[in-house]
Design a protein around this ligand. Sequence first.
Ligand code: BGC
Length: 718
Amino acid sequence: MDVRNRRRLRTSLALATLTALAGPPLAVSAAPAVAAASAQCPWMDPTLSPDQRASQLVAAMTLDQKDSMLHSAESVMGYYGTAGHIAAIPSLCVPDLLLNDAGAGLGDGQKNVTAFPDGTAQAASWDTTMQQAMGAGLGWEAWHKGINVMLAPAINIARTPLNGRNFEYAGEDPFLAGATGTAVIKGIQSQNVIATLKHYAVNNQETDRMTSSSNLDERTLREIYLAGFETAVKDGKPGSVMCSYNKVNSVYACEHPGLLTDILKTEWGFDGFVMSDWFATHSTARAANAGLDMEMAPLFNGWNFGNALKTAVANGTVPVSRLNDMVTRIVRPMFSVGLFDNPVPSEPTGSDTAVNTPAEATLARRVAEEGTVLLKNTDNVLPLVGKGKKIALIGHAAGTAGAEQAAGGGGSSHVPSVGTHPVVSPQQGITQRGVADSDTVVYSNGIIRSEAVAAARNADVAIVYASDVNAEGTDRTSLSLSNGQDQLISAVAAANPNTVVVLNTGGPVLMPWLHQVKAVVEAWYPGQEGGNAAASVLFGDVNPSGKLPETFPASQSDLPTQTAAQYPGVNGQVMYSEGLLVGYRWYDAKNIAPLFPFGYGLSYTTFGYSRLSVAKTASGANVTFTVTNTGTRAGAEVAQVYVAAPAVSGEPPKQLKGFQKVTLDPGKSTTVTVALDKRAFSRWDTATNAWVKDAGTYQVLVGASSRDIRAQGSTKQR
Ligand code: BGC
């Protein structure tokens, strides 16, 4: 392993604050010849700025060379299992661009990679340091596989829990989604791999996803659906943004001048490239002039780009200046993120390299542990303590085949696992952990109900796993668990008073059995280390600290999307008429009690909040308070700061504007300061087309969830 690779490994580990480095260093072939500084490639001089290097390179390119940068050279997975490939231009020292999915690990046709927990689990950790470390882990694996553009992170708002793709996303709140996306982007790009923020924009359902129009007002667009992207673009600085399949107010996202050029590039200052989702283009000149820079319709000669774009440039419908801008926007982040200076191993070497190291598995496990949310824990049934316990472990998802399926959602983000990395099943993880306590674990997959019930009856504690299957391309039809799992849980709970339910679901599910069981743990789609992570949490080796990034409704009829016009739309028109009232904003405004609110999650210890002060600053306010671990175990708390705007603003009752995760030993306190900037007190004003701060008194609410406010202050802003 050369020095550069050692450095990468160290960076990834340091960020992860991992303590153990196991496994041999990876052998990686020498950098390809195209990377060498060369007299014919003066832009290889790293002392020049990315802008200078990009403009020199573009000036040296022929029309055909420019064109080749703007579309894929092969069909999907046609180049070493990648989702897309832009061919290298060796004479100009331009490396291949290898584009690959996605946010929970290297998907598509990759092998010997690590399956991390899905996006919602990552978001549920509310730990941006760890999310960044995970991003670095993704980038590290990508780089060593020869992949230099990751098609992640995805941060579309969970507008309805019925969206089949929410598991890939970071929940229902734009502040949380923006913070999560920023962290992951920074992590990926720290490894000389470009991150792609997606799917821009207002792509919130899979039903009719290629054709439907998301129809919404400008204020809702800005405050709910774009705000997370704005943060992630400005703070994370991704090299690439992927435009989505759907239309926004009747214009396809990938040819939407307002979204691509006016807002993203001009207003937010995005200087990277806009890449289309796969086959999401519908035009040539219209798309190029609207701001699309790269078409991903992986076909040999482009689809709407390629020859058609060359013709459009020749006849002047796409100005040459725009063509040059498109190419500049692609090569600039290639310089700034380090694709020229730290080139990936060339293929097939990268493709053959196994990157599923023990260190990466440890990182995946840590993300799974931190994302796990403890929803209920009556009589402290958890953690499981004592020696010689009899444990009944029940449910398909707890066994080998079920765990394999429940490790991740389906579609392009799916990380292939069979034969490439071991998925640790709950049966394995819990049985192995139980050895230390001389416990006996009896497993029943639950298919024969009487067998499961008998196992539960003969045990001290019954752990029932329930799961769902979510995948890109299809929405959920119901929030209920399927295949009789509700009935199985009820039957087990009737047989054993100490019943614990563990959920491997992509998002909220209904829990008709909630009153019958003692504990509920939401473990999401936990990746390959799910079984170990669950064991750590159930036995108390890890104190749960995840918080819900999505509201869990009590009933499907409570959802913000009340009519078919709102969801799934009528004749392809999806009316976002609930406006700003998405997620907890809706439940708060309508006084609907959720099953579990946004931001909620228990711990094996307790936390107190005190000494809140809100001090005005030049741009907003500093919110300072003390968090104390008032229990008997070390643990971590996610302290959340919500702002309630004055009535004149017409904003939802309260909105998340800051948070901090703190780890505390029992009895210890820490002072937290959350800085609220001007935006925390602003709303989008449609009359002036700008963010405005209304003068007035803003309530500042600090607490352990959106419905567990522990301290309240206020600040006068003007
Ligand atoms: C998905 C994208 C993905 C792309 C490439 C599309 O179907 O919407 O998220 O990155 O495929 O696999």
